[in-house]
Design a protein around this ligand. Structure first.
Ligand code: NAG
Ligand code: NAG
Ligand code: NAG
Ligand code: NAG
Length: 746
């Protein structure tokens, strides 16, 4: 299995997702599912979804959403139907109580935080209920039906199932008719606890003891079986907490995985109705730093369980961040269950007393060893431990005082698979898809980011952070949630890699392959059809040799773009290579030869294009963005840069928009026309020229004025025309005319 390239894919995917979120805000969204070819977006019926939970039901082919005082059900099948809605506000009087208790009006609503499948016909839904958590069963019908109803009379307390405060993190999983939740279960958000509830059995909880849980933030919970004996099933909780073993260091936190046996019923005299099998280990995610000191990513952000055919051994993907004030970094580490089990089977961490150091416990560990479930192994003649109630007090005492294991869990390969530092956004969500490609198996990570905070490139200006991601392998789709809505995104989009074999190949997307005529979805099959894919090397010279020989191999399929800049101002020519490994060269067309653009502090290349900090008249010309990879070159973009000169700019300044004229001349005219001029110049950016025409048409609304301006426009147009003629004569390869600023009558 290969991981290196996966990183690239994930970066590309981040961009795709961000674009979508951008569109989510930009599109005039209707109240229902908006279907475009690549994605569809749902923002609720009232525009204020405040999405707070998502349950992707692959069995029923439905997507359930919980928001502020609302629940939705969407059908995912090919026949899309109307979304069904349930209005679910707090119980009468609770909102008022909440405000009285000093909470903000905005928090005093019912934020639906939990949606779990309960049985074949019902879902369990729990909401914050204006700081009075409540749960209800929702009737969703059988597979194929689209029903969605709730009996508001059957609302029960949701205490211990979701936190009171909608902003607090928690984690839960529903299994065997029981709900396991890690959360803070009180109004003040201080009682951190792992609960089990909802069965006929009595509710189980962790002890209130900082050794067990110390200010934890729960991220995920999953039941993972150990073997074929269901009595050995364990529920794993992923969380961060204050690290008491880190000594005096203030604010030190560690990421843990803690586990309990699903059949734990607590002790008989000690730990009554409290977990007797809870133990925890530290998950480490770090990179070697200078001077031999590792940089640790201690804060857990998200966890994804990549389930495989072997249900006992999923791969665990986790996003971490640093908690340092000076350095913001993110990393993705992958853990193997075998390594986690090994740490749980290793020595317990032990501290003799306050003056002593933490070390491995070397004394005798009582039997059954704490953390072991009562099962076939413990329940043998002579050693009958059929239930945790049969465990000797010594075992329970030891479990209570030694919840932490001595060894930590290192990631697979002992290093992160992805590290990102100094980025203006946070990595927040991860899902992973295991893809079969021609040359092996790839894990493709889809990573969702938080809101971009500063110094954002326009691509990354996210209106909202990504708060949930769910993957449907069946539908080959990703469901990306943000507070304002949820988007369905196709996992692959091979069409976007262009129309040539080499482009498809260079994309190195394990989802895509060249099928002889286009870049399309790669489906592994025994029938070896004409498929070209080389995810590992992405070498088009080998992959697309017949195309190259037959001469159809032309990738100079770019359009010419015209970019206007102002003398002494800055301008940007955008060109982003499709493959992250390509090297970009900028050329300028001089008479009939091309030469490399001379770079200095005035003219710089950036990751996304060529930046002129200070534009000279001499910079005018045709700029070519060329990429090279594996000896394969491609022209990605060709720009004609026009530099508007000082005197022409000043001429512009003397034009007045008609609104200024019609109001009668005044002293403020000059100021107004300057702002207007600035507006225009801002509009004239790469690709924005058509807007300028629209803008001008609106502005020069008066025929008389238009005639008056006509001379000016004509003068400008002629200047443009002669400049273009001069250039096309010299370059001889221009095929598009720049658009001119024209009045309506022309
Ligand atoms: C959507 O995709 C299909 C085939 O994939 C294509 O035929 C159709 O024209 C596309 N529709 C739009 C609006 O792009
Ligand atoms: C599912 O649970 C609900 C709520 O307890 C119950 O009313 C319903 O009968 C159950 N359905 C099935 C199929 O067991
Ligand atoms: C220079 O360009 C920036 C935007 O790129 C614009 O805001 C500014 O007004 C321009 N200045 C002049 C003198 O054109
Ligand atoms: C641009 O700057 C140069 C010197 O830096 C100056 O001579 C020229 O007048 C400026 N042009 C404009 C339009 O401001």
């Amino acid at each position: 299995m290969y991981k290196r390239l996966v990183i690239l894919t994930s970066i590309r995917v981040i961009i795709t997702i961000l674009w979508l979120m951008l569109r989510l805000n930009v599109l005039p969204l209707s109240a229902d599912l908006l279907t475009t070819n690549r994605s569809s977006v749902f923002i609720g019926h009232h525009g204020q979804l405040a999405l707070s939970s998502v349950f992707l039901d692959e069995y029923r082919d439905r997507l359930f959403l919980g928001g502020k005082d609302v629940l939705y059900s969407l059908m995912l099948g090919p026949i899309s139907t109307e979304a069904k809605e349930i209005h679910w506000p707090p119980l009468p009087g609770n909102k008022e109580d909440c405000i009285q208790a000093g909470k903000e009006q905005t928090e005093c609503a019912n934020f639906v935080r939990l949606l779990q499948p309960y049985n074949r016909t019902h879902l369990l839904a729990c909401g914050t209920g204006a700081f009075q958590p409540m749960c209800v069963f929702i009737y969703v019908g059988h597979r194929g039906e689209h029903v969605f109803t709730m009996n508001a009379g059957n609302v029960e307390s949701g205490r211990g199932k979701v936190p009171h405060d909608p902003s607090l993190k928690f984690a839960s999983t529903f299994s065997g008719g029981e709900l396991y939740t890690g959360l803070t279960a009180d109004f003040l958000g201080r009682d951190a606890v792992i609960f089990r509830s909802m069965s006929g059995r009595s509710t189980m909880r962790t002890e209130t003891d900082q050794r067990t849980l110390h200010d934890p933030k729960f991220i995920a919970a999953h039941l993972i079986p150990d073997n074929n004996d269901r009595d050995d099933d364990k529920v794993y909780f992923f969380f961060t907490e204050k690290a008491s073993e880190a000594g005096e260091r203030e604010g030190a936190i560690h990421t843990r995985v803690g586990r309990v046996c699903a059949n734990d019923v607590g002790g008989q005299r000690v730990l009554v109705n409290k977990w007797s099998t809870f133990i925890k280990v530290r998950l480490v995610c770090s990179v070697p730093g200078p001077h031999g000191i590792d940089t640790h990513f201690n804060q857990l952000e998200d966890v994804f369980l990549l389930r495989t055919k072997d249900e006992r051994n999923p791969d665990i993907y986790a996003i971490f961040s640093t908690i340092s004030n000076v350095f913001q970094g993110f990393a993705v580490c992958v853990y193997r269950m075998a390594d986690i089990r090994e740490a749980f089977n290793g020595p317990f961490a032990h501290k003799e007393g306050p003056e002593h150091q933490w070390r491995a416990y070397e004394g005798r560990v009582p039997y059954p060893r704490p953390g072991v479930c009562p099962s076939k192994i413990t329940n043998q003649p002579g050693r009958e431990f059929g239930s945790t109630k049969d465990f000797p007090d010594s075992v329970l005492q030891f479990a209570r005082s030694h919840p932490l294991m001595w060894r930590s869990v290192q990631p697979a390969q002992r290093q992160p698979v992805l590290v990102k530092t100094n980025i203006p956004y946070k990595l927040k969500q991860i899902v992973v898809d295991r893809v079969e490609a021609e040359d092996g198996q790839y894990d493709v990570m889809f990573i969702g980011t938080g809101k971009c905070t500063s110094d954002c490139h326009f691509l990354f200006q996210l209106p909202t952070p990504i708060t949930s991601m769910d993957i449907s392998v069946k539908r080959q789709a990703l469901y990306v949630g943000s507070p304002s809505g949820v988007a369905q995104v196709k996992l692959h989009c091979c069409e976007t890699y262009g129309k040539a074999c080499a482009e498809c190949c260079l994309a190195r997307d394990p989802y895509c392959a060249w099928d002889g005529s286009s870049c399309s979805r790669f489906v592994p099959s025994n029938k070896r059809r004409y498929r070209r894919q080389d995810v590992r090397h992405g070498n088009p010279v080998l992959q697309c040799v017949d195309q190259i020989l037959s001469g159809e191999f032309s990738l100079d399929v770019t359009e010419d773009k015209v970019v206007y800049g102002t003398e002494n101002n800055s301008t940007f020519l955008e060109c982003v290579p499709r493959s992250p490994q390509a090297t970009v060269t900028w050329l300028i067309q001089r008479d009939d030869h091309k030469e490399e653009v001379k770079l200095d502090e005035r003219v710089m290349t950036t990751e996304r294009g060529l930046l002129f900090h200070h534009l000279f008249k001499q910079d005018e010309g045709v700029y070519i963005c060329r990429t090279r990879e594996h000896g394969f070159t491609q022209i990605l973009a060709r720009f004609t840069l026009e530099v508007l000169q000082g005197d022409l700019v000043n001429d512009y300044r003397s034009w007045m928009p008609c609104s200024t004229y019609s109001r009668g001349g005044s002293a403020s005219q000059i100021g107004q026309s300057r702002t207007w001029f600035k507006d225009i110049m801002q509009l004239i950016g790469p690709s924005n020229l058509p807007h300028v025409e629209e803008y001008c048409e609106r502005m020069w609304c008066n025929d008389k004025l238009k005639r008056k301006h006509k001379g000016m426009l004509e003068k400008y147009r002629q200047a443009q025309e002669s400049a273009r003629k001069a250039r096309s004569k010299s370059s001889g390869e221009r095929n598009r005319t720049p658009r001119d600023l024209r009045g309506k009558e022309e």
